[in-house]
Design a protein around this ligand. Structure first.
Ligand code: CMC
Length: 436
């Protein structure tokens, strides 16, 4: 397997205190590829100093063998495989297997894994009553935060996180049940009956069936749409130590159960700077309305009144390889459905203008994965409020893989960042009747 455990490169990094002239020699670790890391684990003990990196722009929070991103070159690898190859040649469940177990499956292990996942697609019948407690107009991400966390109340037999078998069953349950819960959230919001999973269908096909079938008549999922959904799931499956994944890892580091950890990840994903961007893109395109209003909108972005949603990325500073595949998928879906969406025309014109405008070029702002995904999902019949839920369905695979990897790490300890305290120093307590 092409990976590497933590190995010192033999190189060091010397830190000098300008005031005292004291020097500290810090070990440097090399990954398989990517930037080397300076090991500062003993820095506080040795120097009495913390490091300050509030949004983690220069901090590796963990070692991982799962996903590699080179943001300057626009490279995304899962277990060493290029995202383009995976999206074009693999199924989502093959990618899920690779993320969880380290390499793509052979035919036998793939058949076994698919069987294990489909075995867990149903949810406890009692769970439907949780849905009924929500308002029909609740945002489905709010519903997902609740019902995914609630899984811990039902699957007591896989909550012992010290048992690798139970951890694996929880991982399978989460991957299998998320589409079922997401489809239930959708059906609940439109007042239709829940549709049970069908294990004779593929993963993406079954999901679309649960979303769009009704009990009154047969429903056949278009193979082109099933294929597009499978690609969307692959493109969102994992993305290294992003906000939601780091949330899952931090929650898991306290030894919380996996269902609670994934619910925490869903909450973090919801924000418009992260997974919520796919919803925000469509809202933005609707607000722009017509192509002639684009220049005015772009000016507003430059005046920093708002951001161009679906553009920019903390790591990708050249292009987001997922966005290119998403655009191709978008074209196929619109052609299959015969949809001519004015939002697509606005999106393409926005992209053209932004990519040639110095404001965006200087800041290295390119379309990200969320720029085109919303247009596809809208064409498939999903309301905008469901877009981030679909992201969560896919990312659950990444979350559980990262959680599993962390739990298998013998040196795993609770994550506990420190701070630069800027509040009041210790002061005397003043009685309430003496306070001004
Ligand atoms: N539109 C306009 N300006 C932007 C944008 C944008 N989308 N993104 C960044 N900038 C500007 C920002 O104003 C700043 O300019 P200046 O140097 O003049 O102050 C500069 O670019 C750097 O911005 P930043 O906020 O330091 O960048 P970041 O790395 O912290 O933020 C980001 C990354 C993804 C949160 C941000 O680009 C953004 O808000 N994008 C829109 C939301 C979005 O599409 N999110 C989905 C990300 S991909 C999927 C996912 O991760 O879930």
């Amino acid at each position: 397997m092409a990976d590497k455990t933590e190995t010192s490169s033999g190189k060091t990094f010397t830190l000098t205190n300008d005031q005292t002239g004291d020097k500290w020699v810090l070990p440097v670790f090399d990954g398989t590829i990517g930037p080397a890391t300076i090991d500062i684990r003993s820095l506080y003990e040795d120097t009495g100093h913390f490091t300050l990196d509030p949004s983690f722009t220069s901090t590796a929070s963990c070692k991982s063998r799962i996903t590699f991103i080179d943001g300057d070159k626009g490279i995304l690898l899962h277990r060493g495989y290029n995202i383009k190859d995976l999206a074009e040649k693999s199924s989502f469940l093959e990618v899920a297997y690779a993320l969880l177990y380290g390499d793509l499956p052979n035919q036998k292990s793939y058949a076994e894994f698919s069987k294990n996942i489909t075995y867990h697609t149903m949810v406890h019948e009692q769970l439907q009553f949780f849905f009924r407690g929500f308002r029909r107009d609740a945002h489905p991400m709010a519903v997902m935060c609740g019902v995914v966390g609630a899984l811990a109340a039902f699957y007591h037999d896989s909550l012992d996180i010290s048992d690798p078998k139970q951890r694996e069953i929880s991982a399978h349950r989460l991957i299998a049940k998320l589409p079922t819960l997401a489809a239930m959230a959708f059906k609940y919001s439109i007042g239709q009956p829940f549709i049970y999973p069908r294990n004779d269908l593929g993963f993406a096909e079954n999901f679309l069936h649960m979303c769009f079938a009704v009990p009154a008549e047969p429903y056949k999922v278009s193979p082109i749409l099933a294929d597009a959904m499978d690609k969307i799931l692959i493109l969102h499956a994992d993305h290294e130590q992003n906000a939601s994944t780091s949330t899952v890892r931090l929650a898991g580091s306290s030894q919380a159960n996996p269902f609670a950890c994934i619910a925490a990840g869903i909450a973090s994903l919801w924000g418009p700077a992260h997974g919520g961007a796919n919803q925000a893109v469509l809202e933005m395109l609707a607000e722009i309305g017509t192509k002639d209003r684009i220049p005015e909108f772009i000016q507003g972005v430059k005046d920093k009144k708002y951001r161009l949603m679906g553009f920019g990325h903390r790591v990708y500073k050249n292009f987001d390889p997922r966005a290119q595949i998403m655009k191709e998928t978008c074209d196929k879906v619109l052609a299959e459905l015969g949809v001519t969406d004015p939002a697509l025309e606005i999106a393409m014109e926005l992209e053209r203008i932004a990519l040639s405008d110095p404001y965006f070029i200087e800041r290295k702002l390119y379309p990200n994965v969320d720029f085109y995904s919303g247009i596809i999902l809208k064409a498939m019949g999903f309301p905008v409020s469901m877009f981030t839920v679909l992201f969560a369905v896919a990312r659950t695979v990444g979350w559980v893989s990262q959680w599993k990897e962390m739990m298998e790490e013998p040196s795993n300890r609770i994550g506990r960042p420190r701070q630069l305290y800027t509040g009041a120093a210790q002061r005397d307590y003043v009685d309430i009747n003496k306070r001004t």
